[in-house]
Each structure stands twice: as structure tokens, then as C-alpha cells.
Design a protein. Sequence first.
Lengths: 195, 653
Amino acid sequence: MFSTAATITEPRRQRPQQLLVLLATLMTVLLGGCALVNHETHPSGPSSNPFDSAHPLSDDQAMAQVVDPAKQIVAAADLDGVSGGFSFASCNDQGDPPYRGTATIHFLIQGDPDAYFQKIQDALVSHGWNPGAPPGQIFHGTTLNKDGVTANMSFLPSDHSYGEINLYGECRNMTDHHNDGKTNATNITDQLQVH
Amino acid sequence: MQLHNIDLGKLISAAGGDPWKVNATIQIGSPADISDLAQAFHRAGQSAGESERSFQEALRRFQASWNHHNGQHPINDSAQVQRVQQNLGTQSAQLPRIAADLENVAAALAEAQRSCATLISTLDSNLHSLDDQIGEAEKHLTGHELQDMSLYEHIGVLDVEAIEDTGSTLAQLVSIRAGYSDYLARSLAVLRTDGYDPATIQAVDAVESIPKAQDTVALPPPHASPDEVHRWWASRTPDQRQRLIAEESDQIGNLNGVPVSARSDANVLVMNQDLDRVRDIASHYGVSADDVIHDPTEYGLTPTDITRYQNADQTKQGLDHDIGNDPLHPNPVYLFAYDPLAFGGKGRAAIAIGNPDLAKNTAVIVPGTSSSVEGGWLHDGHNDALNLHSQANAADPDNPTAVIAWMGYDAPNNFEDPRIATPALARTGGATLAADVNSLWATHLGAGQHVTVIGHSYGSTTVADAFAGSHMHANDAVLIGCPGTDLATSARSFGVDGGHVYVGDASSDPVGVLGLLHGLENSLFGDDLGGQLAGTDPGLGLDPAAHEFGATRFRAEVHGFPDLNFSAHSHYYDPGSEALHSMADIASGNGDALGTDGMLAQPRHRPEVTIKVPGLGSVTIEEPVGPAFIDPEAQRPRESVQDNHVFDRSHHH
């Protein structure tokens, strides 16, 4: 492809628009599957991917997928000074579907933070959470997972007397939330504080 | 406020102002007196319909917020009410409106007072706690430098926390006061139109919060450097600064060298005015904002007013989005830049999560094609800035990272926009980006700041041009999904301060391999010197993921896309992805950890050929010319790829 391109010398005198079309055409050929980049992909193992397009989640289901575990975490770890919220987040940087539910819990840190985070982790493991990120994910901070939901724990960045747990649901909500306001926070503190 | 170990004067100076003084100016007002007056008008008028509802709602708000501890000297209202009544006529419809307007002012003042009192009380309690902790730490000092080192570090952290708390409270107080002041000014104008002389309520209002019509404070000369602007700002009195924010909001909000919190106050003021201009008219005529937007001239507004309103609305949603999920513990957010009419009405704005002037680390993220304020990039459900903020602070909680979502340049409109194939917009945008980023060095408090600038897609070309063409000063550069580096011909061209040029390119991201076409562009346009200099020739430059470019490549594969696919271009900020994990390391000042985190990737290279060299036998070398299209990342076992997303739709970016 490039050896033939190198022989094109006349186009220098063409108008830029024509050249643009030429270049765009070449890009299209490239993007359309020209095997310029060497791709000897290995067959993937059993899919660890939580996205299941055959079984999309409704808005309510996607919300429950993270808010229910958030409530369980507060109760299981007996968290204090709890507040939190929920929003939908796009699973790409275009703001397009699919979306996932995300929930955040804030809580007061009791005593030494590292020991307290460990205590929370132990409490969650005893309630069926798996330590670490799900297969194929990597996070900074203490991370656990259960039923396709990732829980990622660290400090509240603006106030280290509080801890923060971010819950990420699966990318299975196909609603387009571009303009429905649901990508900004909904307060779920009342739900979290009910033990 | 009594502190034993923290010097209050120094604290106020470091925080950029005195929150207690700002609070005092708002607490001085007497909402009870204004409410009494409103109720007198309410009794005098025959209130019904909208005015009655408005009055009752305002009364409810006032009663909910008034703390009953001030306003113990009711003014004698009867004479005033009678005078106004005589002027307007006994049955005048204006009386109920005046009552409702006055009650709204009372409610707004009471709400502002309550919010400010809560903020001050929280700050006082935090500072007392920090003061005690510092006192406790100082008791353990031994006088031996080595032994005391960690104690001093601990005290330093507490100091910074005190400054941050004070600065953030100050910013919130100023913002509340500006909001009230703005509201009051508009209410007074309405009251005058309705035939009421508002001099009386000014006597009992928080008078200090009303900008005084005194001699104006001069701005610095137009071409002053950020350092000069910062010195000029620092030498203004607190009162002058507040007046500049109120009176020269447009200028101060975008003036490089002014501290971020002050810029933000000014920008939020302008943004709120842009929103209220339309909302007030809509409310006055009893129609929706959409009605006004569809026919602005019918309501005495211009299309420009509508553009301002729409971009203010997008920006406000961006601020609301970036506070995060929990309204009770919002991220501190700052409107770093705001110009709703920029770029032919597409708008310019930048939102900081965390205060870049106080945070040890700041990451500036620059988006690519089809991103704009008008189009909703600041809020529309993708969480690039929030995800990076969360993971960078989790990566290194002790060295906080602020993130600026920078929608500060005119990006190509879409993939059909012919400007996407030329670097002209990247060069212009790069110059603006460099100016904004360089100002962070003038306003940051304390030493050891670390700045990372991250560009995605066309935004990465903009970042490369800011470094190579406009002398941008930053410690690390990150290019993700980069279609080419234009003016930067190697990592050395960036001139990063002590750090690295990092590249994240999924092997299956077709945009990331566009730089491979550079040889073709050169053969087509290499002789067109004019077009090359002006940036109007097609072609965005080199592939920074190629071995010879000299950048450090981190892992950024996207699960689910083994072959070239546009969708692979849109997942660099995904939670759980290799790219976000790597960028969190870099942005938090821990780029060196990429190796131990297993996140370093091999660059792309040319095919290798085996040649026979006499005396040496067979030697395998990389071909010396041509595109470096062999990608070791594409050959990784797919199950080792750290990401969790598969999509059954194709994306257009």
C-alpha cells in the first residue's frame, strides 16, 4: 500500500480538496479493514465479559443492580455517617448507550484507615463478595466484586475522615440518557441509612 | 476564632481571603425586617393568584431559614406602605407583587445567612481539630532533624488541609454572597419598576454585599504575563478583589494569573446571569424558558442572549455532574474558564474537580473531535474527568490530584468536518491550552506542583502542538488514541519538565494508527511549504506509539475488540481499564509505577529482516524506513487484557 503511494507524485499540483478526498479514501480503506496492522490475535478464553446484549437491564434494574448491594454493604460492614447517591454513566466517552448504574457510598472512617478498610473488606467477603477486581479489570484502591458489580474503595478525596466506595454495574442498560438528567446524581442517602 | 498552633493571619493569606469577614458581611443583614415589611404590603394589597402563591412560597422559605437571632428591631412599616399605596392607588395590583418580591429577598437573605453560618461553623470545627492535631504533633518534636522529619511532614499535611478547608469555605461563601447580591440587584430593579423605592431595605440588607458604585479598580495591562497578573492580584485588597469579581466578571474569570477560586467565582456569576436573563423573563411573562428560546425577540431578548443561556445551561449541568454522585459530599468544583459565545457559539469552558492551586497534582484533559460545550461534553454521561479524579486519588491519596475538564478550544465539529484532517485547529487550540496550563504555575500555592496534560484523539494533536509549538510547561504529557503529533517530531520536541511523554494506543484503535500515514502525507504535501506552515494541508503527523518516536507506551487494550474498530477509540477512561489505571498512576505523579503495575507496553515497530553480515553471520534488524506497523500489543493473549466492555453498537468517534 505504501510502496504504491510513494509513486504518486502528480497530486502535489492538485487542489487541496482533491488531495483531501484522496487521503480520506485511503484512510477509509485502512479503517475498512486493510490489514496494515499486524493482528495475530489469540483466541480468547471463556468470556469474563459481563455485557449480555440478549438480556438488557431496564433503568430500574440497572439502578437496583448497584443500589441493592450498596445497602447490603452499609449493613454488612455496619458503616457510620453514611450518605450516597446514584447516577447512570455511559460505558464509552461519547455518552452513548450502553449505560451502567453507578452508586457511591461515603462513610466515617473509624480509627486507623488501613485497618478499617481491611475490616470492611473482611465483612464483605464474609457476605459473599470476592476480593479483587473481576477478571479483566484493574483498579487502584481496595476492590471487590460480586455478581458482575465492582466495588472500589478509597478515601473521599476532599475529606480523608471519610471513606468512599464506588459501585460500578454492568454495561447492560440500553436507554439513551443523553438528555434525561439521569446522568447527574440522585440522592440515595435515605435508602442507605435504613438498617 | 481562637487557634493555638495555626497563625490565623497566615492562614487567611494562604487561603486567599478571610471567610469570617465575608460571613460577617452577609450576617449583618436583617431578613426579619424585610419580611415584616413584605407582610405589611401583603396585608395592604388584595393578594391573589400568582402573586399570592409566590408570596406564600417565599414566606415558607424565609421561615425555614431564618434563625430568629437577628432582626430584633422591626422597622415602622405603616408610613412606607401608606406612601407607596397613595402613589400607586389603593387597589393597585403592584402591592401584592411588591410583597412577594420583598418576601423573596427576605428568604434569599435568610437562606444565604443560614448556608454561610453552617459553612463557617464546619470550618471552625475542622480548624480546631487540625489545630489540636498540630499541637499534639509538636509535642513529640525532639529537636533532632532526622527524627523529626516525619513529624514535620505530618504537620505540613495538616497545614495544607487547613489552607484547603479555609480556601474552599471562602470560595463557597463568596459564591453564595455573589449569588445573593446578584439576586438582590435584580429584585431592586423590579421593585423600582413596580413603584417602590428600595432605599429602606438597603438600610437593613447585608449592605456590604452590594457592589458599591465607587471608583473602579483598574485591570492589569492586556499582555501582562500570568506571573505579573498574579502579583497584581495579590496586591489588591480583599475588598478590591471582591469588587473586581463582581464588576469585571468576564475579564477576571478568564484572566490567566488570577487564582482559580476567584476565576471560578467570577465565571459562576456570569453563568448565573446568563441563566437568569432568560428565566426571569420567562417567569415575568408566565411562560417556559423554551418559549423564550424559540422566539427571543418576542420577549425583548436577542439570539445572543439565547446562545449565552444555552451554553450556561450546559456548563451548569457540567458543574452539577462533576460534584459526583453524593450531593451530601460533593467534590469541590471550579469553573476555570467560561466564554459562552466563543467559537461561533459552540462555547468555551473548563471545569476543575478539586482546586488546582492547592492540589499537589493537576491533570488537564483535552477531548477530541465532536466535543463542545454546546454539544454537552461537560456532562453528557461519560465520566472521563470523574473517573480519572477518582482513580488518581485512589492511586495516591496523600498527594491529591485535581482534574481540569478542558473544553477550551474549537475542536472539529464531527467526522465529516474537513478540518479534522488538518492540524490548523490543533495549533490554534494548542496556543490557548498552553496559556491556560502555564497560568497554573503562577497561581499554585506551595512548591512541588506536578502537572500532566492528557489529550484524546484530535485533542492529543492539540496537546502535542501546545508543547511543541506554544511552549506549554508541564511535567508529563499523555497522548491517547492519537492520530498524529503534527509539530512534535519526537518525544524530545515536547520539552516536558522532568517527566515523560506517554502514549496509550489500543492496537485495535484505527485513529491511533493514522500516524502511520505520515509518510504518505509527506509524499503528497511535503513540497507545499505554505500549507504546511499554515496547518491547512491534510495529515496530522507522526504516530507517537512508534518505536522511533521515543515516547513511553502504556497498556491501553480494549477488551472485546481484537480487530480494528472505531469503538476501540472511545474507552480510554473506562473504569477498570488498563488506560485509566495507567493515567491515574501518571497523573498522581507515579508514572514510575507503570513498570511495577505491569502497565508498560512495547512500541510499534517496522518489520524485521534478517541479513547476512560478513564476519557476523545472520543479524535481525528492523527495516530502516517505512511505517512501524507491527504492534506487539495486538499479539497479547486477549484474556490478559484488562477491560470489561463489549458493545454491540458501533460508535462514531
